[in-house]
Design a protein around this ligand. Structure first.
Ligand code: G3P
Ligand code: CA
Length: 287
């Protein structure tokens, strides 16, 4: 009888880290081979320990140059300028485009086939300082949290389907704000998050959530508010990703991290977040 290679190896890629976790005894955090529903084989990082593990790294949002204002590297908003010509920006929240690589998730944006191919129930987010090497992602992540209510199943099982079919990221369009899902902290807490946000944001936001598709006062959508629910209209100082046009003093808020530098680069005054938050990538996992 032929022995089948261990699930999660190049010879037998898994569909998700969850499948590997459920199949392989004592699977550890680290790199595994996965295959998409189309048969594309890719490597990614699996967190096999947080809250029973089975978390697949599917994407990261990294700001390469907040002075760029919707230029190269702004794949989660617009790489083609500040414009209303493309109401969805680059559209990567809701398409099959992929980019980046697992070992560069804190050096540049990442989107692997798991983002649209895995059928998931929950998300986990890590805030990791830029340029952190792969095997330090977890230890360097000063904020780590996850959802537990299985919300993704209501929206098609992925962030791809949530944005594609339920809450399109479209300038001056879409269907209004998406859901705010409560989180469980694995590292950090509400107070640590508050201490890193722009001070003026505190009166407009409630920590302890991850909030999807949130429009600002000027009708610009933001894909994700990491760690918080946004109640007010100046969403651009705390939430990330979007389309291609932010009207307020355009193009100053255009880009993957929108207006996180509104009151100066990393000044942590007014509407500017701390330097640490400005210079960290947000990593997204599914389970
Ligand atoms: O998003 C902040 C903006 O709407 C107001 O900023 O600089 O006029 O206080 P400022
Ligand atoms: Ca504003």
């Amino acid at each position: 009888q032929q022995l089948k290679a261990k699930l999660g190896t190049a010879a037998n890629p898994g569909l998700s880290c969850k499948e590997i976790k459920d199949t392989v005894d004592q699977a550890q955090d680290g790199l595994y081979h996965l295959r998409s529903q189309e048969g594309i084989v890719y490597q990614t990082y699996c967190d096999m320990t947080t809250a029973d593990g089975g978390w697949t790294l599917v994407s990261s949002v990294h700001e390469n140059d907040i002075y760029g204002k919707c230029t190269t590297g702004d794949r989660w908003s617009s790489t083609r300028g500040s414009t209303t010509n493309y109401p969805e920006g680059d559209g990567n929240w809701a398409n099959f485009y992929t980019f980046g690589s697992v070992q560069l998730a804190t050096y540049d944006d990442l989107k692997n086939p798991g983002y649209f191919s895995i059928n998931a129930s929950d998300v986990m987010l890590w805030h990791v300082p830029n340029n952190t090497p792969l095997f330090q992602y977890k230890s360097a992540a000063y904020l780590r949290y996850y959802t537990t209510d299985g919300f993704l199943q209501q929206y098609g099982g992925s962030l791809y389907s949530l944005f594609k079919d339920h809450f399109p990221i479209v300038y001056n369009g879409g269907t209004g704000n998406g859901p705010a899902i409560p989180i469980t902290w694995d590292n950090g807490n509400d107070d640590l998050l508050k201490s890193l946000l722009a001070p003026n944001v505190l009166s407009e936001a409630t920590p302890g959530f991850v909030h999807f598709c949130v429009f600002n006062n000027e009708k610009a959508p933001h894909a994700v508010c990491p760690g918080l629910k946004y109640n007010g209209g100046n969403v651009e100082h705390a939430c990330i990703g979007g389309a291609a046009y932010w009207a307020e003093l355009a193009p100053r808020q255009c880009g993957d991290f929108a207006g996180k530098d509104w009151s100066g680069y990393g000044t942590h005054t007014g509407w500017s977040s701390s330097l640490l938050e400005l210079e960290s990538a947000i990593l997204f996992f599914y389970r």
